[in-house]
Design a protein around this ligand. Structure first.
Ligand SMILES: [Zn+2]
Length: 148
């Protein structure tokens, strides 16, 4: 665990988060400044800055967790971006490897310039939906519009 790393604090449950998934090596939780409704982060529990530092033995666990969370996100929409920002110039803010899963709801809709804090009531609803693994057989048409 790296000191002063918020994601290490979340992984050790020293800091609060809306945790959606956890196994031995990985954890997923809601981004507290979401780019869209359901914006989820998936991390290795062990502190590493970059994908290139991920031990090959954990490739399966990491991609498995990302894939599982994608299946759950599909309860909201089948359209989403999965990405990693590596380095400050590329937009990395927390220097603990994390995969973003960013739901997309409307064609042509840009990411907001100003990221608003996660709404607590919506976070509770999203946590109920996305922490239960119920997205294994999602409807393939129709999407839930973002709230507000
Ligand atoms: Zn960390």
């Amino acid at each position: 665990m790296a000191e002063d790393c918020i994601f290490c604090s979340i992984a050790s449950r020293a800091a609060p988060a809306h945790i959606l998934w956890e196994d031995e090596h990985t954890m997923a939780f809601l981004d507290i400044f979401p780019l869209s409704r359901g914006h989820t982060l998936v991390i290795p529990k062990r502190h590493i800055d970059r994908l290139t530092e991920l031990p090959p033995a954990q490739y399966g666990a990491m991609l498995g967790a990302v894939s599982e969370m994608c299946r759950r996100i599909e309860q909201l929409t089948v359209n989403y971006n999965v990405g990693i920002n590596q380095g400050a110039i590329a937009g990395q803010i927390v220097f603990h490897l994390h995969f973003h899963i960013i739901p997309r709801y409307r064609e042509g809709e840009a990411f907001p310039r100003r990221r608003l804090p996660l709404d607590p009531a919506d976070a509770a609803e999203l946590s109920r939906m996305l922490s239960n693994g119920g997205g294994r057989a999602p409807p393939r048409e129709g999407t839930a519009p973002p709230k507000g």
